[in-house]
Design a protein around this ligand. Structure first.
Ligand code: ATP
Length: 264
């Protein structure tokens, strides 16, 4: 996997973000520099409130109040940049529309009806929801709803998939299935993916690189404290001895000191 390329899929140049009014501004992010290669899966981890979602929003143009620059393929990101698709912890499906119609919401403009239908069918197949196409969201499980949300995000074949704690609300078993699904979808589409997660194991299993956000001792606001590369190729298993020491480093970076790696 290429980590430093002449034209990165995404580049953050000195990105910062402060919130508040002149009297009391709070610097949340500062000096974030990052290059993401095409088809990489990047996880962003950090303590609660460290600015992970804020950084993700800047990458997708959902927030234009940041300083510095975000570039997608060397072009500055626009407000709600159409090259990005975003998925959230909650699936955010329209309750009155069928699963298929919810997925169709993500389609790009300009497709004929037949093309749209074919694309939706392909996406439902991709996430294993063909049989649920005509169901309303209330009739499907949380995991199925999250799969529909992933299909909607993929509908316009985004260059960058941005996921904010996408599996955070799912039970443990469904979460494992969704992680596998994300890897399957990624293997088929090669979409550059940036994911915020609180789950160190999720980051270890899925990512090409793991970005740790933390407060810098020298500045106000969080910045990239470290970038870790899991030392084994996917597919990985969480008990892989090669991941144990990295897991410990990640937890230490998050301020969790472990007595024994087997305990966490
Ligand atoms: N629109 C906003 N206005 C004011 N403050 C904000 C705004 N958005 C975020 N913040 C603040 O910025 C800080 C970082 O928020 P952010 O949601 O990015 O953190 P996070 O690392 O994703 O947190 P968590 O892990 O708890 O989801 C928080 O203190 C939050 O209250």
């Amino acid at each position: 996997m290429t980590h430093s390329v002449s034209t990165p899929a995404v580049a953050c140049r000195n990105v910062g973000r402060a919130f508040g009014t002149n009297g009391s501004t709070r610097q949340i992010l500062t000096g974030v520099n990052l290059e993401i290669g095409a088809a990489e899966i990047i996880s962003i981890i950090g303590a609660s409130g460290s600015g992970k979602s804020t950084l993700l929003r800047a990458l997708g143009g959902l927030d234009t109040g940041f300083t510095g620059k975000v570039l997608i393929e060397n072009t500055e990101v626009n407000e709600y940049d159409a090259r990005c698709a975003v998925g959230f912890q909650e699936p955010r499906l329209l309750p009155w529309a069928t699963v298929a119609d919810n997925v169709a919401i993500g389609l790009p403009d300009g497709l004929s009806k037949a093309e749209g239908r074919a694309r939706v069918a392909e996406l439902l197949e991709l996430v294993g929801l063909t049989d649920a196409a005509e169901h309303r969201p209330r009739k499907i499980s949380g995991g199925m709803a999250q799969r529909a949300s992933l299909a909607r995000a993929m509908a316009r074949d985004p260059e960058i998939l941005l996921l904010d704690e996408p599996f955070g609300a799912l039970d443990a078993l469904t979460r494992i299935k969704m992680q596998q699904l994300l890897l399957d979808v990624h293997a088929q589409t090669g979409t550059t993916t940036v994911m915020v997660t609180h789950d160190v194991d999720e980051a270890l299993l899925l990512s090409d690189r793991i970005v740790l956000l933390d407060d810098s001792p020298h500045t106000q606001g969080a910045t990239i404290a470290n970038i870790f590369t899991p030392p084994v190729p996917r597919p990985r298993v969480s008990h892989d001895p090669a991941l144990v020491s990295l897991r410990k480093q990640l937890l230490t970076g998050l301020g969790v000191e472990t007595l024994a790696t087997s305990e966490v």
